[in-house]
Design a protein around this ligand. Sequence first.
Ligand SMILES: Cc1cc2nc3c(=O)[nH]c(=O)nc-3n(C[C@H](O)[C@H](O)[C@H](O)COP(=O)(O)OP(=O)(O)OC[C@H]3O[C@@H](n4cnc5c(N)ncnc54)[C@H](O)[C@@H]3O)c2cc1C
Length: 498
Amino acid sequence: MLPASVDVVVIGAGNAAFCSALAAAESGISVLVLERAPEDESGGNSRFTAGAFRCVYDGVDDLKALMPDLTEEEIKNTDFGTYTQEQFFDDMGRVTEYRTDPELCEMLVTRSKETMRWIRSKGIRFAPIYGRQAFKIDGKFKFWGGLTVESWGGGPGLVDGLTKAAKKNGIMVAYEARALSLVTDDDGVTGVRVRHGGKTVEIVTKCVVLAAGGFQANAEWRTRYLGPGWELAKIRGTRFNTGDGIRMALDIGAMPTGNWSGCHAVGWDRNAPEFGDLTVGDNFQKHSYPFSIMLNANGERFVDEGADFRNYTYAKYGRVILMQPGQFAWQIFDKKTLHLQRDEYRIKRVTKVRADTLEDLVSKLEDVDPKKALETIKAYNAAVKKDVPFNPNVKDGRGTVGLSIPKSNWANTIDEPPFEAFAVTCGVTFTFGGLKIDTDGRVLDTDGHVIPGLYAAGELVGGLFYFNYPGGTGLMAGAVFGKVAGTTAGRRAAQMPR
Ligand SMILES: Cc1cc2nc3c(=O)[nH]c(=O)nc-3n(C[C@H](O)[C@H](O)[C@H](O)COP(=O)(O)OP(=O)(O)OC[C@H]3O[C@@H](n4cnc5c(N)ncnc54)[C@H](O)[C@@H]3O)c2cc1C
């Protein structure tokens, strides 16, 4: 049974929602989390993640504050470097082509460190991302790409931990409870209509936090806003983020903002199902492409695979793959780089071929022109700057010379068997367009005024990401803005008459 009235309703049960709920509960008011999914599919995209958080740290002491389990041995054998506010600002500016909303970006960057400590205070544990973000060279790990911390147990561990913390703090969680619309009067939002247990009910409330994700799982909206062809992309995560939260807010006059035709989209197994599968999690992705070359149906390269660390290119390359004929590409590796492939290359449900000669390999690349593919590989091999040493931990400058599409770093010849190739298509992570909020997490209307009682956090906030995205920022943004929105909503509710 849902309560007839509650101080704060949070719509969604992912990372942003739980951070909002936990922050709101600090004001000593009643909080209800509405989750559209059944319990075993709950947690939205957050459950599908590896739990990687991009956060500022000025040295190993900041990491120890988050991960007191770090051993002296690990510290001795690892170059963690730093990830300063300046680095985070630079990354956000560069990848979004300086379109990121300056106020929101500043909040994200300057509050990331304190927000991580706050999440830890709620019982979430963190660990260094050794497997994916650092290679061991000469006996020492070196972290690269500004991404060093992940939640214990990845996305499932994060969502389970946040759910446990919510329940410990007296927050109610209702599953299979789909918010349908907002109830308003001249003073703002006063309630939520919810479909639950086959009935539509109205819950009276003082504040609503929208944290129901983007619209990526809605094929019609994808085509409408991202453009033709996007209905053909796969969805990497939850099937429940169909834009409900955005629609409910637009229906009462909220302002849309941000890159509505943009999204985070990656290379994802060509034969993956239409939506994410929690038994596979994020493992349909194929993120070791900087050590490969990618060929399309014409047997041609179409992008600089080594333009930057994977964290700074993967989220925009899904779109590039979708634009290829047949919406697919093959990633090609030889023996020299097989050991650098991430674990996701070794799962059972993978579209992979293996061969001992290049001629045999190209004949096995389904739907690809084999003759042209062989020519492309040979031309690429001839163009590699073999005199520059290869180093996967830095942008090594080992590129190509004279190709119309260069490979700028980590270029190795593809000439040593065994050869492996993996077929990928476009997998959409989340959409970038969303609602306009202020720095207190309040939703603004199309005149720029605050809609009283309405707050937003997570994927459905617009304005932060344009064109591209630095890996690990989604969870961090959800946490920062979730905490802000929840705190503001909780305080407002606490001040309103009972
Ligand atoms: C495979 C994959 C891997 C990823 N890896 C990372 C990573 O390592 N690091 C990182 O930072 N980001 C990662 N991301 C991105 C990250 O998942 C998102 O940025 C982040 O989780 C979004 O959090 P959120 O709370 O806004 O949305 P979600 O976690 O998606 O939560 C939205 C919630 O709203 C619910 N909902 C939807 N409609 C309704 C409704 N009408 N009523 C009630 N509830 C509703 C959904 O069921 C869900 O619980 C990854 C995403 C995917 C798909």
